[in-house]
Design a protein around this ligand. Structure first.
Ligand code: SF4
Ligand code: SF4
Length: 206
């Protein structure tokens, strides 16, 4: 068995803004990919259809790239499956933020999001379970680390309208105003997340 991870990372790195490899006790090896959400590519476009959550942004922008990544990996003879719809585990099977930090994609911010040097807190993440072989030294070993952006900053804690952010964790996620159940809708029926903790974050704003 060779080491196929570098060529998989090379190819998927040409599709996505960020890529990395993480390990999970239940899922095994995971390819973590991310795209920056921005006005012209809004990954945060959610909606409800027949009371089911629809990830319109992921469907539009993440899905075609995931398909290319899956084809590339499978054509090399390895199994590859997105975790959840469009690689986004809705049922909380996986903590993508923890996995992205483990994969070295970014570091944890006080707002609990993954902060990236260039993309700040605007990365939207997806996971693909893969069985491609690698040598152990190629596995990401980075442990969770706090982002240097957060030194001397607490803007997200101050901005949260319901005061549920404690440094590096959301104390009571059931009160978060970005939960699907409580989000307001715009005139097109799309759900509008609160995201105040993300909007004020200076990380990755150049
Ligand atoms: S707003 Fe400040 S403290 Fe909060 S995550 Fe961003 S850099 Fe860190
Ligand atoms: S999305 Fe809004 S309510 Fe939820 S943690 Fe961030 S600032 Fe607070």
């Amino acid at each position: 068995m060779g080491n196929s991870i570098p060529e998989i990372l090379d190819f998927t790195g040409s599709l996505f803004d960020v890529v990395g490899i993480a390990g999970h006790a239940g899922y095994g090896k995971l390819l973590i990919v991310g795209l920056e959400s921005k006005p012209e590519r809004n990954l945060d476009e959610f909606g409800l259809e027949n009371n089911k959550i629809k990830l319109f942004g992921f469907q539009k922008y993440m899905s075609p790239l995931l398909e290319s990544a899956l084809s590339f990996i499978r054509e090399r003879g390895y199994a590859a499956e997105p975790v959840g719809r469009y690689g986004y585990p809705l049922q909380g099977q996986l903590n993508l933020k923890e996995l992205a930090v483990q994969a070295g994609i970014g570091k944890r911010g006080k707002n609990s999001l993954v902060l990236h040097n260039k993309y700040g807190p605007r990365l939207r993440l997806a996971a693909i379970k893969i069985d491609a072989p690698s040598q152990s030294q190629d596995e990401a070993t980075q442990k969770e680390m706090e982002s240097p952006f957060c030194r001397n900053c607490s803007l997200c804690l101050e901005a949260c309208p319901v005061s549920i952010i404690e440094p590096y964790r959301v104390a009571d996620i059931s009160r978060c105003l970005s939960r699907i159940e409580v989000m307001k809708k715009d005139r097109n029926g799309q759900l509008i997340p609160c995201d105040e903790c993300l909007k004020v974050c200076p990380a990755g704003k150049g």
